[in-house]
Design a protein around this ligand. Sequence first.
Ligand SMILES: Nc1ncnc2c1ncn2[C@@H]1O[C@H](COP(=O)(O)OP(=O)(O)OP(=O)(O)O)[C@@H](O)[C@H]1O
Length: 246
Amino acid sequence: MTLEVNGLVGGYSQVPVLKDISFTVNDRELVGLIGLNGAGKSTTLKHIIGLLMPQKGTIKLDGVTLAKDPKHYKSQLAYIPETPILYEELTLKEHLELTMMAYGLDQTKTWPKAQKLLKKFRLDNKLDWFPANFSKGMKQKVMIVCAFITDASLYIIDEPFLGLDPLATNDLLELIAQKKQAGAAVLMSTHVLSTAQEYCDRFVMLDQGQVTASGDLAQLRQTYGKQEASLSEIYLKFAQGGESDA
Ligand SMILES: Nc1ncnc2c1ncn2[C@@H]1O[C@H](COP(=O)(O)OP(=O)(O)OP(=O)(O)O)[C@@H](O)[C@H]1O
C-alpha cells in the first residue's frame, strides 16, 4: 500500500490552510507528521481520510483517489482521531460490532482478535459500558481497539500519546509494529518527539501548511547541518524558523 499526497491545497474554506503539500507513505513504514500547533497536521489527515476534499492536488491510495472509488478507498484505511469520537448511546460492545459491520468483517473471526486487544488495554470487563462511564484515556483506547480490529492497509493516527498512560503508549507502539510487520503503512501526527525519534522510520515536518523538510533522521540531520542532533533539537530549530548554525 502506498499513500501518495501530491500538491495538496486544502482546508476549511476558500482560504487554504494547506499550501501544496506532497509526501508519500509506503507499506511497512511508520511516518511521523511533525509540526507546531496549527501547522496543518490534523487538516492533512482529514483530507486523507476524506473528511475534507482537496482544492487542488491529489491523494491516492495505491494509485486510486477517493473520488474514483470511494468504497474501496475507505475500506483500506483506519483512523484514530485526536479527540475520541464515540456514540453516547452505544456500549463498547456495540461500537465494536458497528466497526465490524462497517468494514464487512466476519464477526466470528474478529471477536477473538477484539477480545485480545480489549484485554491488552484492560477493557475486557467493560463491554456493556457506555462512553459516559469512560475516562478520556479509556475512550482513546476504545478508538484504538476499533481501528486495530480492522485489516486496514493504512492507519492514520492523530496525536495518540497525550491521553494515554505509559503502559497503553507501549501497547499502542507494539500494535503499530505488528501491523507494519504484516505489511501496513502508518501515518501518525505527534508532538512526543522522543517517541517519534525512536519509532518512526521517516518524518514529514509541516509549518504553516507547507512541508519544510522530510526524510529519515539521518537526512533531517544533514538538512539541518548537525549530525548528532535529536529530532527535538531539529524541530525546535525548525519551529523557530531558523537554519542550523552548525
Ligand atoms: N474546523 C475548522 N475550521 C476552520 N479552520 C480550522 C478548523 N480546524 C482547524 N482550522 C485551522 O487550520 C489550521 C491548521 O489546523 P490543524 O488542526 O490542522 O493544526 P495541527 O497541526 O493539527 O495543530 P495541533 O498540533 O494544535 O493539533 C489552523 O490555522 C486552524 O485554525
